[in-house]
Structure formats: structure tokens, C-alpha cells
Design a protein around this ligand. Structure first.
Ligand code: SF4
Ligand code: SF4
Length: 196
């Protein structure tokens, strides 16, 4: 019997913990941003007087002169800690809490599409597969009923539609060189790498 998704009481894990992706050597990734979201996030950070770092994440085609992609198709909003964790928009200083008791997002109404979609990953007719790093997935199941995830699925579909047109292209990934100090020696130098 499939469960209905709900956030775990007091959890803010998805705004704190960043993952190594696609493998440790590429370093930790940030919050995915579509190119059309980058300027808006930069303006929000200015308005809230929050320092942010945005790095490229995915590119397509090849620019022979720079030995990198011809076009950046995704950016990433990096965490504030040296180990890559903690979104800069997560309000960990005030006593305000979200409805389920987690820390507040300072830009909740205007948060990036990838935050709106999380933790939905894949949907079919009857169920949704969740990201396995979500605390609900870890505690219960990474397959849930589709109801209660309508807005997440709309955001997910917008992100997918944005990337679908690039499927036939050469893909580049950006290595961030960010992670726990103990694994620094395994990290690739920061920059673009052709995705095999
Ligand atoms: S989506 Fe998952 S990881 Fe994020 S706050 Fe909810 S339960 Fe926690
Ligand atoms: S922008 Fe908001 S919702 Fe997204 S990771 Fe940061 S704090 Fe969380």
C-alpha cells in the first residue's frame, strides 16, 4: 500500500545537505538553476543582502577555443559552507519555522524550480518516485501516491521540458571542486569535463 508524501517533522535536509554528483571526483553540486532563473536569483540575493555563488553545471556543444561547452544549459546555486552544504537562502538564524517545523526559506514563494519539484524525480500513472536522499524516502519509501505532489510534478515537468530538446547534444559537466576536507585529494580541478 503506497503512502502519501509529507515532510518529516523539523526536517530541512534538502536545503542543507548537498550531494556529490555524478561521482565524488566531480565535487558537491548546488541547487539546480535553469539559465532563465539565474538573473532572478541574483536579484533576490541582492534584495535580501545575501551573498551567493552561482557556478555553471551543465553545458552542450563544444567551443574549441575554450575547450568547454558552446552553451551553458544549467547553473547551480552553491552552499555556503566550505564542505558545500547549507543553501544561502536557508534562514537558520531566526526562530521562524516552516509549517512542518523546518528552517524557513527566505525566498520560499520565489524559490527555484528544482526546489519546487523536490523530492519528486519520476512519475507514472499512479505513483511518484522520490529522490532517495529525501528523509521521507529514507524513513518510509521512495515510491508514493501521486496526490499531494501536484505542484512538485508541475515544476518537474517544466524542468524536463527544458532539457528534452538537448538530448542529442554533446554534454559537458562542471566539476565544482567542493567537498569535505578529507576527500579534497580525490576532487577534479574546478572546470568543465566532457560527460561520457
Ligand atoms: S522534502 Fe524530504 S528532505 Fe526535504 S524537508 Fe521534506 S522530508 Fe526533509
Ligand atoms: S532556495 Fe530555499 S527551498 Fe531552495 S534549497 Fe535554498 S532554502 Fe531550500
Amino acid at each position: 500500500m503506497l503512502k502519501e508524501f509529507h515532510c518529516i517533522q523539523d526536517c530541512s535536509d534538502c536545503c542543507i545537505n548537498r550531494q556529490y554528483y555524478p561521482s565524488i571526483d566531480y565535487g558537491k553540486i548546488g541547487v539546480l538553476l535553469l539559465p532563465q532563473e539565474k538573473k532572478r536569483l541574483e536579484n533576490l540575493a541582492k534584495a535580501y543582502k545575501i551573498n551567493i555563488t552561482i557556478l555553471p553545471r551543465l553545458g552542450i556543444g563544444t567551443n574549441k577555443k575554450s575547450n568547454g561547452p558552446r552553451q551553458v544549459i544549467a547553473y547551480q546555486l552553491m552552499g555556503t559552507n566550505t564542505d558545500g552544504n547549507y543553501c544561502p537562502f536557508l534562514d537558520i538564524k531566526s526562530n521562524n519555522r516552516s509549517p512542518h517545523g523546518g528552517f524557513n526559506c527566505a525566498i520560499y514563494v520565489e524559490r527555484p524550480l528544482s526546489c519546487q519539484a523536490y523530492p519528486a524525480l519520476i512519475e507514472n500513472n499512479t505513483e511518484v518516485e522520490l529522490d532517495c536522499n529525501c528523509k521521507f524516502s529514507c524513513q518510509y519509501s521512495n515510491h508514493v501516491k501521486k496526490n499531494l505532489l501536484e505542484s512538485e510534478l508541475i515544476a518537474l515537468s517544466t524542468i524536463r521540458n527544458n532539457f528534452d530538446r538537448f538530448t542529442q547534444q554533446t554534454i559537458w559537466r562542471y566539476a565544482t571542486h567542493i567537498g569535505e576536507e578529507s576527500i579534497t585529494k580525490f576532487l577534479l580541478p574546478r572546470g568543465w569535463y566532457l560527460h561520457e
